[in-house]
Each structure stands twice: as C-alpha cells, then as structure tokens.
Design a protein around this ligand. Structure first.
Ligand code: MLC
Ligand code: AMP
Length: 519
C-alpha cells in the first residue's frame, strides 16, 4: 500500500484549537445550530423574492426556509420524496435547497444547461415527486415530461397552497443516514447515475474543508460557481452555512463582477474552476486576488504554469483541492504548509486515501473511504457494488475514484484517468453520450469523441468522424446545431476531424487515446 501522510484521520495535526472534527449529526441540524445566533448578521448577498440583490441576514434566511418548508408540506410533500431543483444562483435557490433538506426531502440539484433528453433521463431514473425551477420554459418542459410532477417556480412556489401549521414539528428531524441529495454523474462508466449522499456525508464533506481551510464566521466568499454541483453547492454554499460565514452569490462568471464584489464586499475567499483562474489571470485587476485570505481551485487540474502565473501577477498561492460528486472533497493542499503546483495535496480531515495495489509502478487508482463517501447509486446495486473494492485488511470497503494518482513526499498528484471522461471548464462530459448524439446525423457513419488539451477549458471536446458514403464531412457549426437539442451546450464538440477509421482494440472497443488532432 502506498501510504499518504494523513492529515488528521489518524493524527489530529491539521485541526487547530476551537475546531471540531465531523460529528455524527445532520447537515440541516448543524446549520440551524450555526445560524441560530446573531439573527441580524449578513448571510447571503443575492436576489431574493425575484427582486434585486441585497444582503439577507441569518434570521430572515432561517424564517424563509421555515415558511417555504411549510408550503412544501402543505403541497403534500413528505420526507424521503425527491425534488428536482434548478435555477440561477440566487438566495431563492439557497432558501429552497435548505428548506427541502430541513423537511427531509431529497434534493436533486440539476444543471440548468440540460436539454430535454438529459432531463427526461433524470426524471425517469429517480422519479421526483416535485420540481422547483427558475429557468424560462422549464416548468412547461418538465410538466410535459411527467404530468404527475408537482412543478413550481423557485420564486413564490405553490402560492395557492395553504401553509401547513404543523410543519415546525417536521423540520430538522432527518437522521444522519437519511438521503439528502442525489447528484447525477456517470461515475466511471455508462449513463448518468444518481449518487445518493446522506445528511452525514454532506456534513462530513463540509466540515472537513471548514477545518482544513480555517473557515470561520468572519469569512466572506465570492461564489459564482453554479449551485448544482459539489464545488458550488457541497463546498461553497454548505461550507458557508456551516461556518456561519457569509457569501456573495453571483449567477454566472464575469471577471469584472467577481473583482468588483471582492472589493465592494470586503471578501476574504474565492473558489473557482481553473478556467475562471485562466480568465482572471490576464485581468488588469487580478492583484485583488492577492488580498484574499484564501483562493481555492478544483474540479479539474490547475496547470502548474497557471499556479505560478497567478503567484507572479497577483501574489496569491492558489490552494488546489480534489473532489467528486460521490465523495464531496477528499484531498487538499494544506492551508498552512507548502501548496504544491501540480499536486492536489493530502487527505482532508477524516478521509482515508490510498492507491490501489498492483498498479503501474508508482501510479495507481485513487481509492477513498470515510464519512464523506456516498451511500451508493440510486437503485443501482450492481453499479454500487462495482464502485467499491474490499479492504485487504478487513476494514471498510474503498470507493474507486477512476482517477489515477501518484504520491510524492506525501502529496498526491492526479496523473491520469482510468475512466472515459472529458473535463471541460470544470463540467464533466462523457464521450459515449456525445457519440450517441452525433451518430444520428446522416453524414456520420462512425464517430468517436475525446478531449484534447486546451489552455482555457482544460480539455476541449473534439469529434472524429468517418463520413458516410455520398456525404461531405459536416462542419462543426452544423454538428453543434444538430446535437443542441440532445446535449447541454458544454458537451457540444468544438472541433471536428474527418478520419478513415475509428481506432479500436482487438475487442472492438474504441481506443480514444489514439485519436489525434492533425497539426
Ligand atoms: C460554457 N460553455 C462551455 C462551458 N461552459 N463549453 C465548454 N465547457 C464549459 N465548461 C459554453 C457556453 O454554453 C457557450 O456556448 C460558450 O461555451 C461560451 O460561453 P462562455 O460565456 O464563455 O462561458 P461561461 O458561461 O463563462 O462559462 C464558463 C464557466 C462555466 C467556466 C464559468 O463553464 C462554469 O461555471 N464552470 C464551472 C463548472 C462547475 O461548477 N464544476 C464543478 C463540478 S463539481 P454557446 O454555444 O452558447 O456559445 C466537481 C467536483 C469537484 O467536479 O472537485 O469540484
Ligand atoms: P464530478 O463527477 O463532476 O464530481 O467530477 C469529479 C472528477 O473531477 C474527479 O473524479 C476528477 O477526475 C476531477 N477533479 C476534481 N478535482 C480535480 C483536481 N483538482 N485535479 C484534477 N482533477 C480533478
């Protein structure tokens, strides 16, 4: 076994006085405890009630979650039922998320770029009872997909439903093992599966970064990441609420807006994907990042060169960390110690990480276990069983990340992937899903999609096509227009390459690593 230097799973060296390691509570319970005091203290900046952005204080936030939970209960929703949630990053979205979790509903955070086919898959798979949505046209779209779905707008949902007076008794009664979120991801293979995270998983995930990054009430985060993936939701929003800190919510990433907010709101922290740092690095006010207590990058590799450039231009040593839908966060560069460009760091408090044995020299698949690791894939026992390996020493099983790692001086670096995955701007793209959409074009006889390196996006989606007899090779614009009804925009190819034959191995499986972009 390749031992990593454990941060605090075994040695409590990372946790300073006054910080606790995760306790076996629930996320909703921990939030109400953290936010119960000082009701006038600002919590979130953003649009509320559909109005302009303003500060919403802790007391108002908790009241609003209680009122919304009562309305959801009045609409007949009961704990354990799934609710699809999607909207721009407003305080209304945060209120809805917390109201659902306090009521024991299982939130299905959903990417606002999804098209009908992607939404249809999620709905058929986890059969939500209700949906709260804030995108134009989504209410009609969802109602068309499932006439039994209770669909409401994020702002003032179910206005005609009587409020259930008995709801207070139903709030915050979830147990640590109760499902809280179903996050859609393809894992290492296949079509998107729902990763079920319990209240305790989410609490452990947020606690570990709170401890490791010394996140306290005085911190203020500028949060422009979408609130439907782990980075923005499980770290940015959950961590803010748990630390009793505050955050400025921005819907979408605009470098000027981020830099303005850092300045105007006296922010102390910024979290982003590498594409955001790439765009900020060239900005004439990038030095504002250097005034922050902490800048965190993740969801995709932060190029060592970009890390160095940000240090030179902004005087900031960006802290890179590594996470996944199934595990929230697992590894992070240290807050107090050396932050190494090109490495993701050491295990977070409470998390066990190792590399699989019998692998390629010093490189092995990264395995993880701990209270942050999810409960399994929704109604997929076989996929769940395949995702874990037994512990050779008889301990708890290990989750297979599908990422390949190597350890140097106790620091983990991600050196490749055992899974077929493209990460573009921090969004995951599964090549097979794109293949399946493009093959429907009449000029495409065969197709294989892969990622090629890109300074801005990390990886760019490229399609290699064998052109059908009697047709010309379709251009990239034509293919994008053709597939845009089936795929979210970030999955569409940015380049097309005509090829005589798709490379395959002896079993006929596409060998995507052999696909090359011509010079
Ligand atoms: C947008 N586009 C993308 C894209 N994002 N294309 C490829 N990859 C992406 N990531 C498309 C748009 O639809 C648009 O298409 C065109 O690119 C130009 O858009 P843009 O305005 O330049 O992009 P922008 O809206 O600024 O989005 C870039 C971004 C965004 C980086 C801000 O992608 C983003 O928010 N990424 C964060 C993703 C994230 O939160 N990942 C966390 C996963 S959790 P068109 O056709 O309209 O021109 C996880 C675990 C962990 O991984 O460890 O955190
Ligand atoms: P998701 O399934 O969307 O949660 O994406 C998780 C995947 O993102 C991981 O399995 C990694 O492949 C990748 N990832 C997250 N953080 C990093 C990082 N800092 N460096 C490299 N890859 C990362």
């Amino acid at each position: 076994m390749n031992d990593l230097r454990h941060w605090s799973a075994h040695l409590p060296v990372g946790a300073p006085d006054g910080f606790d390691l995760p306790h076996p509570g629930t996320l909703a319970g921990a939030w109400t405890a953290a936010l119960g005091a000082e009701p006038d203290r600002p919590l979130l900046w953003g649009s509320i009630g559909g109005g302009p952005a303003r500060w919403v204080a802790r007391g108002e936030f908790l009241d609003r979650t209680e009122r919304l939970a009562a309305r959801l209960a009045g609409a007949g929703l009961v704990g354990g039922e799934r609710l699809l949630l999607s909207g721009p990053s407003t305080v209304d979205l945060a209120v809805a998320h917390v109201a659902c979790l306090r009521l024991g509903l299982v939130v299905v955070p959903t990417n606002g770029s999804y098209r009908e086919a992607e939404l249809a898959h999620v709905i058929a798979d986890c059969t939500p009872r209700a949906a709260l949505v804030g995108h134009d046209g989504w209410a009609e779209l969802l109602a068309g997909l499932d006439p039994d779905l209770l669909v409401a707008q994020l702002v003032d949902p179910f206005p005609d439903v009587p409020v259930d007076d008995g709801t207070a008794a139903l709030l915050d009664v979830s147990l640590p093992g109760d499902p809280a979120i179903i996050g859609y991801t393809s894992g290492t293979t296949g079509r998107p599966k729902g990763a079920v995270l319990t209240q305790a998983n989410l609490l452990a995930g947020a606690q570990s970064v709170r401890v490791a990054w010394r996140w306290t009430e005085v911190d203020r985060l500028v949060l422009c990441l979408p609130l439907f993936h782990m980075h923005g939701l499980g770290v940015g929003l959950h961590g803010t609420l748990l630390a009793g800190a505050s955050a400025v919510l921005q819907s979408g990433f605009a470098p000027d807006d981020v830099l303005d907010a850092l300045d105007v709101h006296d922010a102390t922290m910024f979290f982003g994907v590498p594409t955001m740092y790439h765009r900020l690095a060239d900005h004439n006010r990038v030095d504002l990042l250097g005034g922050l207590r902490l800048c965190v990058a993740g969801s995709a590799p932060l190029a060592a060169e970009l890390h160095v450039r940000l240090a030179e231009r902004a005087g900031v040593s960006v802290l890179e960390r590594y996470g996944m839908t199934e595990t929230v966060m697992l590894v992070s560069n240290p807050f107090d110690d050396d932050r190494r460009p090109g490495a993701v760091g050491i295990p977070l408090p409470g998390v066990d990480v190792r590399l699989a044995d019998g692998s390629d020299g010093p490189v092995g698949e990264i395995l993880v276990r701990g209270p942050n690791v999810f409960a399994g894939y929704w109604e997929r026992p076989e996929a769940t069983a395949e995702a874990f390996v037994v512990d050779p020493d008889g301990g708890d099983p290990w989750f297979r990340t599908g990422d390949l790692g190597a350890v140097d001086d106790g620091y983990l670096a991600i050196v490749g992937r055992a899974k077929e995955l493209i990460i573009s701007g921090g969004f995951n793209v599964y090549p097979r899903e794109v293949d399946d959409a493009l093959i429907l074009h009449q000029a495409v006889a065969e197709v294989a999609v892969a990622g090629v390196p890109s300074p801005e996006w990390g990886e760019e989606v490229v399609a290699w096509i064998v052109v059908a007899d009697g047709h010309d090779c379709p251009g990239v614009d034509e293919l994008r227009a053709f597939a845009q009804d089936h795929l979210a925009a970030y999955k569409l190819p940015r380049r097309v390459v005509a090829i005589d034959a798709i490379p395959r191995n002896a079993l006929g499986k596409v060998t995507r690593h052999e696909l090359r972009v011509p010079d």
